[in-house]
Design a protein around this ligand. Structure first.
Ligand code: V47
Ligand code: SF4
Length: 366
């Protein structure tokens, strides 16, 4: 059956999507601006099914946020606070190890660790954290520290990015999460997070990690002050790095949550925008193996719908999430494995339990 596009601008992209041909910057902008959301979703689904068939991935993981005290003041963030804030917290290494040990009966395969940039912790604290977790839970993959954190560790330790990554890798760090990318364009970065790593520095951390054979994720924070052109520029810069290294495994568009942030007058991202961001990412990032709809970020309902709008992953069981909940996320913080499996089945896709780097895959048969 032929699909009928409501927007003729999309039609020439169908052949490209089917053939795996690269879309241009202009195509990306047209996809973001097209009134034909179903047409954009149709194109993204062609690519999604060509790359990932009928499978939808999930992981049994735990998020750990060691501290919310942060030297920076990103304007989109409600999580980071100063040490004298009544909401400030610091977890000791023992508390972090205890947190990690909770719920271990669920066969956790990943610890996902990101936090504030603490003004006083030495780099050794983070080395001890990774080493201690790896010693206690040797089978669990440790995905920790955004590129912004790695860059900060390099500043406080005087070590190069490569040395920081090597030291952490040698004690058990498996891969890097994709946070801290926000929007690469200087205009936006200067306005919302001018103090922290630049786009060039973020990309350099990931390129260095890839050269050390470490896999990483990438993100894009959308739905604040960025334009369609700036979103496409972000995706194209990631695509170019992936062409050189092949080290990214998954891309996660992050919907801006305004509550309790200095930008709280801005409206929240709509469901239409969430689906479109996932679909356009799938279409532009032709060299990324996976596109993740993080259910905590976009709601479980959109995460389900997005399984036919380009995404092939729903993230995981999570248990405790503080960053988006500080900014008003109304979602739960925990999903039991069976709930995720049922949600995936309902979409008509086949649930596949994965590890962090999508190497250990198991079709769920119950
Ligand atoms: O860099 C902060 C985002 C990121 C808000 O790799 C916000 O699988 C929306 O690294 N509204 C950190 N987003 C979290 C992170 C992450 C998250 C999910 C999956 C993965 C992955 C990594 O959280 C920050 C920033 O982009 N963030 N505040 C907010 N108000
Ligand atoms: Fe700190 Fe990260 Fe929040 Fe920025 S986004 S203020 S770096 S915790």
């Amino acid at each position: 059956m032929l699909f009928e596009f409501q927007d003729p601008v999309l039609k020439p992209m169908e052949e490209k999507a089917r053939a795996g041909e690269r879309l241009s910057f202009e195509d990306g902008v047209a996809l973001f601006n097209s009134p034909d959301l179903m047409g954009v979703g149709y194109l993204a689904n062609l690519v999604r099914e060509r790359i990932n068939g009928n499978q939808t991935f999930f992981i049994n993981n735990r998020h750990i946020n060691p501290t919310n005290i942060c030297v920076y003041n990103c304007r989109f963030c409600a999580f980071g606070v100063k040490a004298d804030d009544p909401l400030a917290y610091e977890k000791s290494l023992e508390e972090i190890f205890d947190d990690a040990g909770k719920y271990m009966e669920g066969k956790v395969s990943e610890f996902h660790i990101v936090g504030g940039l603490h003004p006083d912790y030495p780099f050794q604290f983070y080395v001890d954290m990774v080493e201690g977790l790896h010693e206690r839970f040797p089978k669990v993959h440790i995905q920790a520290f955004t590129a912004v954190e790695i860059h900060f560790f390099s500043k406080i330790s005087g070590l190069s990015i490569r040395e920081v990554l090597r030291k952490l890798r040698d004690v058990g760090l498996g891969s890097l999460p994709g946070g801290g990318a926000e929007i690469f364009a200087d205009r936006v970065r200067n306005k919302i997070c001018g103090e922290k790593s630049s786009a060039k520095e973020w990309l350099n951390v990931h390129e260095t990690a890839h050269s050390l054979e470490m896999k990483t994720n990438a993100t894009m924070l959308y739905g604040h002050i960025e334009t369609a052109e700036e979103r496409v520029d972000h995706l194209v810069r990631l695509r170019e790095l992936q062409d050189r290294t092949g080290g990214f495994v998954t891309f996660i568009p992050l919907a801006f949550h305004p509550e309790n942030t200095p930008l709280e007058k801005l409206p929240s991202a709509t469901g239409q925008m969430d689906l479109r961001a996932l679909a356009v990412s799938r279409l532009m990032l032709d060299n990324f193996p996976h596109i993740k709809a993080f259910w905590i970020m976009v709601t479980p309902k959109i995460a389900q719908l997005s399984q036919c709008f380009g995404s092939d992953d729903m993230d995981g069981t999570v248990v405790e999430e503080k960053i988006i909940h500080a900014a008003g996320a109304a979602t739960d913080q925990i999903f039991h494995k069976n709930t995720i499996i049922d949600m995936i089945r309902e979409t008509g896709r086949i649930p596949m339990e994965r590890d962090t780097i999508y190497e250990c895959l198991e079709e769920v048969s119950v």
